[in-house]
Design a protein. Structure first.
Lengths: 89, 236
């Protein structure tokens, strides 16, 4: 899966935010506010087509956490992105 | 038309309609410096712009709107950005009121004008350019200033960014811009090009560090303006 639109991501006022670029500005006229772990997952989805498993592994490695915790975090965030129609399967 | 100098940028506008020249009358540049950039609106851009509206606009107005968008797109890479808001200078401060459409930005500005008009100068009533010099933001008047066309060819250091909301009671509270990013970002043009978009976010981040941010809840009474004025100027 990957993100439906192309974004640029940067910290603004101490918080990571993502905004669309190019023609996607018309399709998604919004802004995605992220926290640090969400930013890590979002950046992965913004640059490559990744599986849920690969995302969980990347989060485990980056944050040195166990699989169950990583899976919970990834699934919750991806569900949130899906609910906002931001994921392309 | 002759070159113009807007926000201390020299701009060469290749216009088709006289309206743009008339609109930019306060900003004509008669020096010899070369232009920082050129603006030229295509028919295709005007056709796309025309589809944005339910009513039909004269092509001269469409050309003007497209020209300002082109200017706005050139700004971030030059440490400047266009912000939608009513901007004025008063007692050494540069203040911008930003709000969702229909909240009453103009009304609140008019109340300030009514009460503090002798010391208040409108910089731009609708769409000023904010330009950074050595990390310090300045708000500039421009020829594009909304329906009321309130603007002056001047600049003021931007010190205070006020997010307006309607309220039954009047209150003005100093806030963390991180909690109002949605409202702030909505008032900044979204560039399509990735590098320009990133630069634009960088400039908003710089504003978040350099300005005071206020949340103004206001009704349409004089008291609304007195409340926000006294909070911003720390008058007890």
């Amino acid at each position: 899966m990957k993100l439906k639109y192309r974004f640029v991501i940067r910290d603004v006022a101490g918080k990571p935010v993502a905004v669309t670029i190019g023609a996607d500005n018309a399709a998604f006229n919004g802004m995605v506010k992220l926290n640090d772990s969400a930013k890590f997952i979002f950046e992965k989805l913004n640059t490559e087509d990744v599986s849920m498993e690969a995302l969980v592994s990347a989060v485990m490695e980056n944050y040195s956490i166990d699989e169950a915790t990583a899976k919970q975090a990834v699934e919750a965030f991806v569900a949130n992105l899906r609910a906002n129609n931001l994921i392309e399967e | 038309m002759p070159k113009v100098k807007i926000a201390d940028f020299i701009i060469d506008i290749h216009n088709k309609y006289r309206y743009l020249e008339k609109q930019c009358a306060d900003y004509i540049y008669d020096g010899d410096e070369p232009a920082d950039f050129t603006v030229s609106v295509t028919q295709e851009e005007m056709d796309i712009e025309a589809k944005e509206y339910d009513v039909e606009f004269h092509p001269a107005l469409l050309e003007s709107t497209c020209a300002y968008r082109q200017i706005a797109t050139e700004l971030p890479q030059r440490d400047a950005l266009l912000m939608h808001g009513a901007t004025f200078a008063i007692d050494g401060k540069g203040i911008i009121f930003i709000a969702r459409s229909g909240v009453g930005k103009s009304t609140h500005t008019m109340l300030w004008q009514k009460l503090y008009g002798d010391k208040l100068t409108i910089v731009n009533g609708d769409k000023p350019i904010i330009r950074f010099f050595d990390g310090v933001p300045y708000a500039y008047g421009t020829p594009w200033a909304g329906k009321e066309k309130l603007q002056n060819n001047m600049r003021v250091q931007l010190t205070d960014i006020c997010i307006l909301e309607r309220g039954l009671e009047n209150s003005t509270v100093k806030v963390d811009p991180a909690d109002y990013l949605d409202q702030i970002m909505q008032q900044v043009l979204r560039p399509a090009d990735p590098l320009t978009a990133l630069k634009s976010l960088e400039l908003v981040d710089a504003l978040s560090k350099k300005c005071n941010f206020w949340n103004i809840k206001c009704n349409i009474s004089d008291e609304a303006a007195i409340t926000s004025h006294d909070a911003i100027f720390n008058i007890k």
